[in-house]
Design a protein around this ligand. Structure first.
Ligand code: HSE
Length: 314
């Protein structure tokens, strides 16, 4: 008998992590979304959203990543039920923190548990990525993979989907800062439209080197190597001009002791890595906030750690 209700906690994530466009994802301990799924007698999907900037999120099932995933799974796995989805946003939407992915992955994980579907992680990621297609126009799976698996994820292949999951070193801390600015509708789709179609081999060599360095850093538990490999020569230069204070934030974070700084996902949030042994994450977060301020923008900044994937709360 399927469960009548499940409640889940889904983490924010940072995609790309420098050189791994659409390939790397990192789950964060804070912030998180809370998602409750309740089975109903009447067929159909009903969505309620509360919490941070809830008014900016559609409750129409076809326009909400959680609704899209629920619809897909109900069809794909012949789940004959009505479903109420209650999303309590703890993750700021449209900042580059995997907000839509968190809700989407929570629904995939929650329905899997509710109906004892016994899906693999790859199947869950595929289902959750349907939501990304609805919100960003492409089925990139870097955010949802990190939301499902936790810590650091490498999407070694999209077809067939194959992921490699690494635990983050215990000394690794991360700082996030984002400016208080209006982000355009379909922000991620717009940010993807500036990604260069042709790339000089020199830049590819640089990115492959840094991507290999990043994975080595996680494999070896070397925070400094992770930080210094967080360099993207391809996508980030094309996106940086849309982030006010990008250069100031980066410079300030490095000056304050970060070992690497990059755009978080499609931005405008920025992500810095700090080695607890040599740096102070609270100071780095404050310096990043000042960076945005010097460009004329108030900002939200916080320090957190890599974190676990989506999990059941009740
Ligand atoms: N890899 C994606 C991008 C993440 O950078 O466009 C967006 O959430």
């Amino acid at each position: 008998m399927p469960l009548s209700k499940v409640t889940l906690k889904a983490p924010a994530t940072s995609a790309n992590v420098g050189p791994g466009f659409d390939v790397f994802g990192l789950a964060l301990e804070y912030p998180t979304d809370k998602v409750t799924l309740t089975r109903g007698k009447n067929r159909g999907i009903k969505i309620k959203v509360s919490g941070l900037q809830a008014e900016t999120i559609s409750t129409l099932p076809d326009r909400n990543t959680a609704g899209v995933v629920a619809k897909y799974m109900m069809q794909e796995f012949s789940l004959k039920t009505g479903l109420a989805i209650r999303i309590e946003k703890g993750i700021w939407p449209s900042k580059g923190l995997g907000s839509s992915a968190a809700s989407a992955a929570a629904v995939a994980y929650g329905l899997n548990h509710m109906f004892a579907l016994k899906l693999t992680k790859e199947q869950l990621i595929r289902a959750a990525a349907k939501g990304e297609a609805a919100s960003a126009g492409s089925e990139h799976a870097d955010n949802v993979s990190a939301t499902i698996c936790g810590d650091f994820v490498v999407l070694r292949s999209y077809d067939p989907l194959e992921i490699v999951n690494f635990k983050a070193p215990t000394d690794m801390e991360v700082c996030v800062a984002f400016p208080h600015m209006m982000t355009p509708r379909h922000k991620t789709a717009k940010a993807r439209s500036v990604v260069p179609k042709m790339v000089p081999i020199k830049k590819i060599v640089r990115n492959v080197g840094n991507a290999a360095g990043m994975v080595s850093g996680f494999a070896l538990g070397d925070v400094d190597l992770i930080g210094k490999s967080m360099i993207d020569a391809i996508v980030e230069p094309a996106r940086s001009s849309s982030i006010p204070g990008y250069h100031e934030v980066k410079e300030n974070a490095l000056q304050a002791g970060a070992c690497g700084v990059t755009i978080s996902g499609a931005g405008p949030a920025m992500l810095a890595v700090v080695n607890r042994k040599s740096g102070n994450a609270a100071q780095v977060a404050a310096a990043m906030k000042e960076g945005f301020k010097s460009a004329g923008f108030e900002a939200t900044a916080f320090a957190t750690k890599p974190g676990a994937g989506v999990c059941l709360l009740e």
